[in-house]
Ligand binder design. Structure first.
Ligand code: GDP
Ligand code: MG
Length: 175
């Protein structure tokens, strides 16, 4: 006989951070295992689904990809309260995107659920020679805000799956 199908957990994770840090590329990597140098700019809000097995739990993951532009922010932040978790993304080759993290944390704290899980992603580590934000600076920000930091690359597929699994585990553990 067949084993009974176990329950499937529905989970919503939101990608936030400035324009061009690589949010859409990260989603593309985890959903399609692909990468493109000319990713189209995201308009407003978009979502993708991936089913993943996290330890023994079957998860239907809905990944909400947001546009970082100011003109869309009032639209996207309206959905923040629906998310179980956030990936807050910056680009290690662009200091401005790192400086924006305080603003994004404020938005998440203000509009997200009170106990939402937030994970910090430092993207584009494949461009080490152009790095402007050190690993230590990233760690200091993470520590100050009680976040876990992953240094990743959507292009080279570094630590993407690991970061997703870790965030999903944290969300499962607090159910
Ligand atoms: P978004 O605006 O945050 O969604 O950023 P996109 O995913 O559209 O990416 C912006 C640009 O950065 C695109 O040209 C991507 O190809 C590029 N990009 C994204 N991730 C990486 C990465 O890990 N390494 C490198 N070198 N480029 C990346
Ligand atoms: Mg995008």
């Amino acid at each position: 006989h067949f084993p009974l199908p176990s329950e499937e957990i529905h989970m919503k994770i939101m990608m936030v951070g400035d324009t061009a840090v690589g949010k859409t590329s990260i989603v593309r990597r985890i959903v399609e295992d692909a990468f493109s140098y000319q990713e189209n700019a995201t308009v407003g809000l978009d979502f993708k689904i991936r089913r993943m097995l996290v330890d023994n739990t079957q998860v239907r993951l809905q990944i909400w990809d947001t546009a970082g532009q100011e003109r869309f922010q009032s639209i996207t932040t309206q959905y923040f309260n629906r998310a179980h978790g956030f990936f807050l993304v910056y680009d290690i080759t662009n200091e401005r995107t790192f400086k924006s993290l305080d603003k994004w944390m404020h938005e998440i704290r203000q509009k997200g659920q009170a106990n939402v899980e937030i994970m910090l992603l430092a993207n584009k580590v494949d461009r080490e020679s152009e790095r402007k934000v050190t690993r230590e600076e990233g760690q200091t920000f993470a520590k100050k805000n009680g976040l876990i930091l992953y240094e990743i690359s959507a292009q080279s597929n570094v630590h993407i799956e690991k970061a997703f699994l870790d965030l999903m585990r944290k969300i499962i553990d607090r159910r």
